[in-house]
Design a protein around this ligand. Structure first.
Ligand code: ADP
Ligand code: MG
Length: 397
């Protein structure tokens, strides 16, 4: 279990009065006027920051904002984000533009202070040892609570973990536990849903999964490439014809590993990629040359629901169709709701991630019922590829 491989806040002792550096993800989307448009990431910091503050530590929040590339710039300051964080946490949040140890020693016990954008320092993204030492001198402990930045080996995401006693924060701990339960040491049978636009962006994900899961469910635009590899004429569909050999290779590896690959046998086709476009559901062998596949069909969804009913674990990345435009959201919505219901009943552990996937699950009203939905984007995908994330590795005990 992940919990045994990482020290957590439970393992921190004697922190009252001591400065604790906490890496959080404060890279929130903002409106033109600078106000925060989605505070999901701010809410995710709550458990760790309040727990440490309530234990009377001097909590120092490290985070980046945007891409200042080593230069300070007014519009990428974390100061307004610190203010928004204060509203979310319901506490006063301090701010230090150029933190120094004597100023930190003067902070009140139990205070929370955001330090200026870590990417204002040229050394941050280079994991510069000089900056590691300079920042390590500001605190006595390091907590990493930002799984979403763990695929980067930067000073605040990786370097500091080697310079100070290092711990996983509560959000990081929850994410590691969920991911471990889904792919590290999952209960079998395991199903993976991989959808989205293109095979080329998810080759490593597919290759990693076929060796790990019992059922690989392929949907979205990438199913077209697999169908084409099987000799199906996909008409005018989004399809990477140059990757059909690769698709066949993946299916061969799956066969050898006793992983069943599920491709749709009915699909929803339309003449144009537009909301409300005239459409019909056909067998995959009946796609017209001027038609494109924009969703998988309901017969396929029924069959996939039956597969999920036999499974104990589900990991999902990528929508099954062009879910942004109705009615091509139907398969994604239906299968997401089945997964949600099975999770509610306690027969399935379900973990999902990916920018569009999270949007699709929210659209389906299913996200809240999944065991875990990762908003980590790049880090989630690298984890699905079986890569070791430097920020996570550095926390291992
Ligand atoms: P995620 O962000 O969750 O990793 P992707 O970015 O890989 O997901 O894929 C999402 C995109 O795939 C969506 O914009 C969706 O419209 C597109 N897509 C899914 N199915 C199809 C299809 N059959 N044809 C064209 N685009 C599709
Ligand atoms: Mg996407």
């Amino acid at each position: 279990m992940a919990a045994q491989r990482f020290s957590t806040l439970d393992d921190m002792h004697d922190i009252a009065g001591k400065p604790v550096l906490v890496r959080e993800d404060l890279n929130v989307p903002v409106h033109d006027d600078g106000s925060v448009s989605d505070d999901t990431r701010l809410r995710a910091t709550m458990a760790t920051l309040t727990e440490l503050a309530d234990a009377h530590a001097k909590v120092l929040v490290l985070a980046h904002f945007g891409r200042p590339k080593g230069h300070a710039s007014e519009d990428l300051s974390l100061r307004p984000v610190a203010e928004a964080l204060g509203k979310v946490l319901g506490r006063h949040i301090g701010f230090l533009a150029s933190p120094e140890r004597h100023a930190i020693d003067a902070l009140a016990n139990g205070s929370i202070t955001v330090l200026e954008n870590s990417r204002f320092y040229p050394g941050e993204e280079k994991n510069d040892p000089a900056l590691v030492s300079q920042m390590a001198a500001l605190g006595d402990f390091y907590v990493n609570d930002a799984f979403s930045t763990a695929h980067r080996a930067h000073v605040t995401t990786e370097g500091l973990a080697h310079a100070l006693p290092a711990f996983a924060g509560r959000a990081m701990e929850a994410e590691l536990r969920a991911l471990e339960a889904a792919l590290g040491d999952p209960e079998h049978p395991v199903a993976a849903v991989v959808g989205g636009a293109k095979v080329s962006t998810k080759l490593d994900v597919l290759t990693h999964l076929v060796a790990k899961v019992d059922h690989l469910i392929i949907g979205g635009g990438m199913a077209n490439t697999f169908l084409a590899a099987r000799g199906v004429d996909v008409g005018n569909s989004l399809c990477e014809h140059d990757l059909t050999d690769t698709a066949n290779r993946i299916m061969d590896v799956a066969d050898a590993a006793s992983c069943t690959v599920h491709l749709p046998y009915d699909v929803v086709v339309a003449g144009e990629f537009a909301a409300g476009a005239e459409n019909r559901t056909v067998n995959v062998h009946e796609v017209g040359s001027d038609e494109m596949i924009l969703d998988i069909g309901m017969a396929a969804v029924e069959a996939l629901s039956d597969v999920l009913k036999t499974c104990k674990t589900l990991v999902w990345n990528g929508p099954l169709g062009a879910f942004e435009i109705e009615p091509f959201d139907r398969a994604t919505v239906a299968l997401a709701q089945t997964a949600a219901a099975l999770t509610r009943e306690g027969s399935l552990v379900s973990v999902a991630g990916g920018g569009d996937t999270v949007a699709a699950l929210n659209h389906a009203g299913a996200a809240g019922d999944f065991s875990f939905v990762s908003t980590a984007g790049g880090a989630f995908l690298e984890w699905m590829e079986g890569k070791e994330l430097p920020g996570v590795k550095a926390l291992e005990t």
